[in-house]
Design a protein around this ligand. Sequence first.
Ligand code: UD1
Length: 373
Amino acid sequence: MKIINIVGARPNFMKMAPIIEAMNKHPGQINHLLVHTGQHYDEKMSQAFFVDLGMPKPDINLEVGSGSHAEQTARIMVEFEKVCLRETPDLVIVVGDVNSTMACTITAKKLGIKVAHVEAGLRSRDMSMPEEINRLCTDVLCDYLFTTDHFANENLAAEGVPADKVFFVGNVMIDTLLKHRVMAATLDLSRRLGLTSKGYATLTMHRPGNVDDKGVLTGILEALAEISQQIPIIFPIHPRTKKMAEEFGLAHFFNTGEKVEGIWITEPLGYLEFLHLNMNAKMVLTDSGGLQEETTVLGVPCITMRPNTERPITCEVGSNVMVGNSKQKILDQARQVFSGEAPQGRVPKKWDGHAAERIVEVLVDTMAKGVFL
Ligand code: UD1
C-alpha cells in the first residue's frame, strides 16, 4: 500500500510522528511518503519539531507559505494535485484540522484516492472557527475516520457517517507526549530560567477571536497581567499575536527582559522544551486545542480562553475549564487554581500511547482482507 502522509502546521507534527514510526514496522506492506505543505515555514514553527520528534525530513515540501485562507488552501490544492498525479498513492493520511488537512483531503478525493483522517469527529459547533469548517469538510469526505473519544464517535454517528468507517483508536498526540515525557523532564531549561516547580504558569494564545480585536486582547492581557503579579507567565508568542499586539500598541504588557517575571515572552519553543515547562507549571492558560488534551494527561490545571471546545472530553474527565475571553472569568478560574480547587482530572480511555499502532493495524488488516472501504 502506498501512503502519502500530510503535515502542514505546527500541531500536525506531533500527531504524525508516531504514525510514521508505527508504519516503519511494516516495511513490506506499507510504502510511505511524507509531504509538508509548507503552511508553517519558520524554523521555530516547523523544522525544530522535526528535530525534537526524530521525524524524517519531508520527501516533498509544497512550500505554500502564508496567505488568506482561500489563497493558502488553493495553493496547497494546486501543488498537492501534482504530487498525487505523479505518485498515485492508494491512501492519503491527514491529521487535525488545519487548512492543509482540508485542502489535501479535497484534492485527493477528487482524484479518486482514499483518505484517512486522524482526529476525526471533533466539533466545536462554532462556525466562526476556520478549523471547524476544515473538520466538517474533511470528515464528510474521508474513508477512514480515526477518533480520540466517545464525543467524536457520537458526533459522526449523528451526522450519518456509517459506523464501519469509524475507528476509535485513541489519541496520537498523547502517544508522542508519553514517549517524550521522560526525556523532557531531564532538560535543564527551568533551572536556567530560575523557575521552581509550580512557581510559574505557561501561556499560548493565537486565535483570531482573541488576538485580532483590540478590546478583547486588552481584556485578556489585563487579566494575565494581574495573574502574573503572583507567578510569572511564560509566553512563547505566536507570530500572529506578536504582530497584532504591536499593531494595537499593547506590547508594553510583555516583558522581553532576561529575568522571568510578569508576562515574559519568548520565541516559539521546541516540542520538548514546551512539554518540559508545561509538566511543572502551576497552570496552563491557552486558546489552543491540543494543549487542552496534553494538560489533561499531565494533570495540570488548564484554563482555556475560548467560548467553546471541540474537545469536551478534557472538561468531562480532564483538568480543563472553559472561561471564554472575559477578564473576570479568567481571573476567577486562576483564583480557583491558586486555592487548589481546580479539577485534577484523569486520563481518557485509550489515551495510552498506542493509538498510532492501532491506526496502522486497521490499515494493514484492511489491506490483508483485500478490501478498501
Ligand atoms: C494555524 C491553524 C491553527 C493552529 C495553528 C498552530 C489553520 C486554519 N489554522 O493557525 O488551527 O492552531 O496553526 O500554530 O490552519 N506565520 C509565520 N511563520 C510561520 C507560520 C505563520 O510568521 O511559520 C504567521 C504569518 O503571518 C501568517 C500567520 O502567522 O500569516 C498565520 O499563519 P497560518 O498558517 O495562516 O495560521 P495560524 O494562525 O498559524
